[in-house]
Write a protein that binds this ligand. Structure first.
Ligand code: GCB
Length: 618
């Protein structure tokens, strides 16, 4: 058996005989985790609800000697152990605890999770095992066989640990302490208009990688074609330049990294430098041979990248995205972004979305609406949302939860936001459909906020200069019927986006009178507008919560938006009713924000057809 196959075969039995050098456990996120064979740790996990963190602190708030992570068992009859994971209830992971256990619907606090798993001894050497979490909301301490392997903060981004040295032949266990209490200095902060779903909300897996593996790689069209490759016509060049870079997990020089794109007959081998990197490599492809990715033709190429005997597979689309004055150009051509905002919530009822099926259902509703674009609000969604959208030809705005009143002056808050931005970009930077990184939503103006967000925007560009930067801003009333966008952040963003709620937080009759002053020569996206309706509630159009009220609001808003100069797209609020603890009106909201075009059960409201018709005409 060839080395590569041997590694894969080993994985199926989860059979890495793992090398035992000391390694840092908290390792950078692996690019394209789906490209590797892995053992799923999804399924039934035992859990203990720990309201006072008894399993962590003693009665003086010092670390307790009875820490639950030890998974201790009485050895003698007189031993005092006041917990038992094996006798505790189970819940399916991935999930949120709020919708798994009725008693936990409103719970915010600590829950301990425990799972046993087996690793079989195999004859293979030189492999490493990464313990990967798609997301844990919000604060996670991870232990393997009683040893602390890491602490992760942030509820929506993936992370992984090298746990090789901690695994044993046969039975092992992983314990995760999850705490989703809200705090003013967190990201998001103490208040936000969505459900604070707690738990291990995305996939958990043990990924087997070789000792030297591809930690990261980037493959895509070079953003601004060089004049030589442009030919005479910029939007129709004779050749296209592809950029490739890669980074190994170790600073090993002289390793061969081979890139295959069979359909394009590309096979190129690069050699790593002293940092273990392939940096800034480019090569040309004849334009007529290369199908560009677009909503009309979401072409993805099968790609393989090999390091030694290990090969990782991916699907890559090639496209450019840029702005010219007030236009957004996809592959050099102006595009109007017909979008909708979406929360990462299951299509039927509440609960965190976490499957391919959830992604397909939500995105197929967006397609039915006529969308070519979605705003994945207000935090990174599960990876399948982005990947399925890419296959379906839907462009994506991806966002970090820097939302409302963040603690702008706190350096730890900034570090947290920066980490979440890093991980969002690290996970999805090879997805052709992601065109906008958004760094914030509706943030109150102040010099500290400008410094925080300005630094974040500049940092995002250093990580990825192939996409557009934006954020959802707010307009201020210059006079009664004049709305002006006046935000110092304009100089940092490529696209100026703002939320407006005429018809909901302001009278709908104002819509025809509204004037908009957007004094920047940049494309404009209306990142939110909308209003609430309870599905099935009918009445006159001026009666709040009826479908007719929402329908009329959409009619008036669409007519008004048509008059905004430089409008390059909209993402109305929102595809589906979503759970929010702030929405308490009995019989109407019942803890749902009702601004969906679909009800929480997936029924279409009348406004759906208004927006669909507007998009058909665009
Ligand atoms: C907003 C927020 C969004 C809320 C929405 C609303 O401006 O960005 O998160 O859910 O308004 O329904 O009020």
């Amino acid at each position: 058996m060839k080395g590569n196959k041997r590694i894969l075969a080993a994985l199926f039995g989860l059979g890495c005989m793992l090398t035992a050098w000391a390694a840092d456990k908290d390792v950078p996120l692996i690019q394209n985790v789906m490209g590797y064979e892995s053992q799923s740790l999804n399924g039934a996990w035992n859990y203990i609800v720990d309201v006072q963190e008894e399993g962590y602190y003693d009665y003086r708030m010092n670390p307790t000697r009875w820490g639950f992570f030890q998974n201790a068992k009485p050895q003698k009859p007189e031993d005092l152990i006041e917990y038992d994971f094996d006798k505790s209830p189970t819940m399916q992971i991935p999930s949120d605890w709020n919708t798994q256990d009725e008693k936990l619907f409103f719970y915010e606090g600590t829950v301990w999770f425990y799972k046993k798993f087996r690793v079989e001894s195999l004859e293979f050497r030189d492999n490493r095992a990464l313990l990967y979490f798609g997301a844990v909301n919000y604060d996670a301490h991870v232990y393997v066989n009683g040893q602390h392997v890491g602490h992760h903060i942030g509820g929506f981004t993936p992370f992984n640990y090298d746990v090789t040295d901690l695994l044993k032949d046969g039975e092992n266990n992983v314990i995760v302490k999850v705490d989703n209490k809200r705090h003013a200095e967190d990201v998001p902060t103490q208040i936000f208009d969505w459900w604070n779903y707690g738990g291990i909300t995305r996939d958990v897996k043990l990924v087997c990688v070789p000792a030297v593996y591809l930690e990261d790689y980037s493959l895509g069209l070079t953003p601004n074609p060089s004049p030589v490759s442009e030919g005479k016509n910029k939007s129709n060049p004779k050749t296209r330049e592809i950029s490739f870079s890669a980074k190994l997990n170790k600073a090993e020089a002289g390793q061969q990294v081979t890139l295959f794109i069979p359909e394009l007959k590309i096979e190129k081998t690069f050699t790593t430098d002293a940092e273990g990197k392939v940096q800034g490599s480019t090569f040309n492809v004849q334009s007529k041979k290369l199908q560009l990715w677009s909503p009309e033709n979401p072409k993805l190429y099968q790609v393989k990248i090999s390091v030694g005997t290990n090969t990782v597979s991916d699907e890559i689309g090639f496209r450019t995205i840029e702005t010219r004055d007030k236009q957004i150009l996809l592959n050099g051509n102006p595009i109007f972004l017909k979008g909708i905002s979406i929360h990462n919530e299951k299509p039927n009822g509440g609960g965190r979305a976490n499957s391919v099926e959830d992604a397909r259902t939500l995105l197929s509703w967006a397609k039915e609406l006529g969308c070519n674009f979605v705003r994945l609000a207000h935090y990174p969604h599960h990876e399948e949302m982005v990947r399925e959208a890419e296959k379906m030809g839907i462009l994506v705005w991806s966002e970090i939860p820097v939302y409302w009143t963040i603690a702008w002056k706190n350096p730890k808050t900034y570090e947290n936001a920066k980490n979440q931005l890093t991980d969002m970009i690290a996970r999805d930077h090879n997805r052709a459909n992601v065109i906008i990184w958004s760094i914030a939503n509706e943030t109150p103006h102040s010099p500290e906020r400008d410094t925080f967000l300005g630094n974040l925007a500049q940092y995002a560009r250093t990580l990825d200069n192939t996409r557009l930067i934006s954020m959802a801003m707010e307009v201020t009333g210059a006079s009664n019927y004049v709305n002006r966008l006046n935000d110092n952040m304009n100089k940092y963003v490529d696209v100026v986006s703002f939320n407006q709620y005429i018809g909901w937080y302001r009278d709908v009759n104002d819509a025809p009178k509204m004037k908009w002053e957007i004094p920047y020569n940049k494309p404009v996206i209306i990142s939110e507008f909308g209003g609430g309706a309870r599905y099935g509630l009918h009445g006159p159009k001026n009666q709040r919560w009826t479908e007719e009220f929402q329908e009329n609001l959409y009619i008036e808003n669409c007519a008004m938006l048509d008059k905004i100069e430089g409008l390059a797209g909209t993402t109305p609020w929102i595809l589906k009713d979503f759970r929010s603890p702030r929405r308490v009106l009995p019989g109407v909201q019942d803890y749902y924000n009702r601004k969906g075009l679909f009800s929480d059960k997936g029924e279409k409201k009348k406004a759906f057809y208004v927006l669909k018709k507007w998009y058909e005409a665009k």
